[in-house]
Design a protein around this ligand. Structure first.
Ligand SMILES: *Cc1c(COP(=O)(O)O)cnc(C)c1O
Length: 371
């Protein structure tokens, strides 16, 4: 049996009877733009995040772009973020006129290092943009006070962390609860994925919520009256309907991912060439990715492929070394942990519908490779 990196067909087969009527209802109504499912989903995602407002938008990228646009960055304004993330994290800072300041990661969790973020603060810093990478939250209790002391907003990139939580000062805090604004992605491969592109912002700042609602509709609360120049970035009603039908399953799916992760980590614990992902004790991880550090990574990946097992490298080139950011002047060796991670990481299949035999197949293939 093959073990693909992700099997969305398996998920679809299991919940087809819930999804198709929801989609059909939208089709029957023909309300494809800003239909009622959009507002319903906004309420649900805000509730999940313990935030006051949800604002749907066209993608996870736009869920970062619109809040950054709301900051009205001037040339030279800096936004501190991690060097080890999906491209959108850095690209949106650039595209809103800011300068991304990439900092190194904590080698245990792959998340932004609070000490590195602190060291990168300058008089031009306008915001912090931590990413909750692979499904576990960054150390917000250290980043938030840094930002607060300087009056800086924190934008959480929670594209990979919907429903993740972290125990802070003895209390569980959700992704999206504590930042100024948080961006989610509903890209099909995310833990809560639509049938196309989609995203959402959540915030408890009423004024910001109003602003974001306008920015996604060409900058006007009232049609054909424009307070500022926004863009077209709406969440389709069809996507909202799919996501509403999937949302009741999200917690169980994330729990299954955690079980699979525990199984892999246990089964690989005695393989010295492999380091299982480290779960920060304060976090409840949702395992968007299960990411190992391994020796001879590329050869292992080829071996897995030859056995019909999918895997992926998230991410092969850290953001500070991407060619498009060469003008920023970063040197190889400058952010050693992000660079080391880029050379060692390998993500395994972790989707909820994986069968026990498939998990064993992956484990056996890895053990076989190093034997
Ligand atoms: C997926 C992702 C995004 C962008 O989301 P899209 O919906 O693909 O635009 C941003 N940041 C991170 C960390 C992501 O994983």
């Amino acid at each position: 049996m093959n073990v693909p990196l992700l099997d969305l067909v398996a998920q679809y087969r299991g919940i087809k009877d819930e999804l198709l009527p929801a989609v059909q209802a939208v089709i029957e109504s023909q309300q494809f733009i800003m239909g009622p499912a959009v507002a319903q989903l906004e309420v649900e995602i805000a509730r999940l995040s313990r935030a006051r407002h949800g604002i749907g938008c066209a993608s996870g990228t736009d869920a970062l772009l619109l809040p950054l646009k709301a900051l009205a960055l001037a040339p030279g304004d800096e936004v501190i973020t991690t060097a080890f993330s999906f491209f959108a994290t850095g690209g949106t800072i650039h595209n809103t006129g800011g300068t991304p300041v990439f900092v190194d990661i904590d080698p245990e969790t792959f998340n932004i290092s609070p000490a590195a973020a602190e060291a990168a603060l300058t008089s031009r810093t306008r915001a912090l943009l931590p990413v909750h990478l692979f499904g576990q939250m960054a150390v917000l209790e250290r980043l938030l006070p840094l930002a607060e002391r300087r009056g800086l907003p924190v934008i959480e990139d929670a594209a990979q962390a919907i429903g993740a939580r972290r125990r802070i000062a003895g209390e569980w805090r959700m992704a999206g609860e504590l930042g100024w604004v948080t961006g989610y992605s509903f890209f099909p491969s995310k833990n809560l994925g639509g049938w196309g592109d989609g995203g959402m912002m959540v915030t408890s700042d009423d004024a910001l919520a109003d602003r974001l609602r306008k920015l996604r509709l060409h900058g006007g609360a009232k049609q054909y009256y424009h307070d500022e120049v926004g863009t077209n970035s709406r969440l389709d009603t069809l996507q909202a309907a799919v996501l509403l039908a999937k949302l009741p399953h999200l917690a169980a799916w994330s729990a299954r991912r955690r079980e699979h992760a525990a199984y892999y980590s246990q089964a690989l614990a005695d393989v010295p060439q492999v380091r299982a992902p480290c779960i920060d004790r304060a976090n409840e991880h949702i395992f968007h990715q299960y990411t190992l550090r391994v020796e001879r990574r590329d050869a292992l990946q080829a071996h897995l492929k030859s056995k019909g097992i999918g895997s992926a490298i998230y991410y092969p080139v850290p953001l500070h070394l991407q060619r498009c950011f060469s003008h920023l002047g970063y040197q190889r060796g400058q952010l050693p942990e992000a660079e080391r991670a880029a050379g060692e990481v390998l993500s395994l299949p972790i989707y909820p519908e994986l069968a026990p035999t498939q998990l064993d197949q992956v484990v056996d293939a890895i053990r076989g490779f190093y034997r």
